[in-house]
Design a protein around this ligand. Structure first.
Ligand SMILES: [Zn+2]
Length: 341
């Protein structure tokens, strides 16, 4: 199922777009914003087809996916639909002014065959300042035959003058249950894993699919279980875990600390009596409940702050081993190493 109907969620935003298309009142510059992986580009692509579709569904503002326009746009070979993406060969991917200049030259001419030329600027926050300013001039003088669809997860990085010229379409994070159902039904992810991935996805189907790959969430589970077990362990176990974690790569260590923060966030919520469906480590509910019975809300929050401090220390090249020993002793018992030895 393609077209708008094939897009997960966002019924309200899509409804507004379709009604605008049908009424012929779609703004000439649309800014589609929302979290990474939530479906922004899919909406922009479907919009470009809906605007040019000659099938029956066009009357309802939706692409038929079967007419010559829909098919060629989907294949990326329609002469009047252009997609600009950042040049990722650079260390910092940008959309340079040369690319925008070339596009804008086309805008001076009528579309070859489309009702409406569509220019999609994906990751529009990557426009250089020069490129953004060049684009701004065109947005200020619409031709009526070209529609710009700017797509970004970071609208605050766009020039304010560009934002103010665009009609904003905001795509909200998808509901957890919807992401979970999609993973199970469409991607064949086992239910238990789908539940955890959906909880960690922050409402992004793209992120959920990435997380659903085998092994991605296993390291999280391992570090949380290891730290939870410290509460019954002795000082030697704490030293051993600190040594082990000090030897993993910096990136992996930071990721493990991030995982621990999600755990203590869940513990803090549970301590505060929050509904259990707000937890994100949904596969570790017994551990969360156990820790919540032992820790006050304040203690759980203090642990998150301690982990934050260790992450900052690591970025400042403080000795990982020392930082981790201190942290794990604290997480194990709230005591300092000295009082334990
Ligand atoms: Zn069509």
């Amino acid at each position: 199922m393609e077209g708008f109907a094939g897009i997960l969620g966002h019924e309200r935003a899509i409804g507004i777009l379709r009604r605008s298309i049908v009424a012929g009142r779609l703004h000439h510059a649309t800014l589609i914003v929302g979290p990474v992986g939530v479906g922004k580009r899919r909406v922009a692509d479907a919009l470009s087809r809906a605007l040019n579709c000659v099938g029956e569904s066009a009357a309802q503002g939706a692409p038929c996916e079967a007419c010559t326009h829909c098919l060629r746009i989907a294949e990326g070979i329609h002469p009047d639909v252009r997609v600009v993406v950042p040049d990722t060969s650079k260390a910092r991917p940008t959309i340079p002014i040369a690319v925008i200049r070339e596009l804008l030259r086309e805008v001076n001419y009528r579309p070859y065959e489309a009702r409406c030329r569509v220019i999609i600027v994906d990751e529009a926050d990557a426009l250089t300042e020069e490129a953004a300013n060049a684009l701004l001039k065109t947005l200020e003088e619409p031709t009526g035959e070209t529609l710009f669809a700017l797509v970004t997860a970071r609208p605050q990085r766009l020039l304010a003058t560009i934002r103010s010229r665009c009609q904003l379409v905001r795509l909200a994070p998808l509901p957890r249950a919807l992401v979970q159902r999609h993973l199970v039904e469409q991607a064949g992810v086992p239910l238990e894993r789908a539940e955890v991935c959906a909880a960690f996805s922050e409402g992004s189907i793209g992120k959920a699919l990435m997380l659903s790959q085998e092994g991605v969430l296993d390291a999280r589970r391992e570090i949380i279980e290891a730290v939870a077990a410290l509460r019954e362990a002795d000082a030697l176990d704490v030293f051993a875990l600190a040594s082990k974690q000090a030897r993993v790569g910096n990136q992996e260590l930071q990721a493990n600390l991030e995982s621990l923060k999600t755990f203590y966030r869940d513990v803090a919520l549970a301590s505060a009596g929050a509904n259990d469906d707000r937890a994100i480590n949904v596969d570790l509910r017994p551990l969360i409940a156990q820790a919540a019975s032992e820790l006050t809300l304040e203690a759980a929050i203090r642990h998150i702050e301690q982990i934050d401090a260790v992450q900052s220390g690591l970025r400042a090249y403080v000795d990982a081993h020392l930082l981790l020993e201190d942290l794990f002793f604290s997480l194990a018992s709230g005591r300092s190493p000295r009082s334990t030895l």
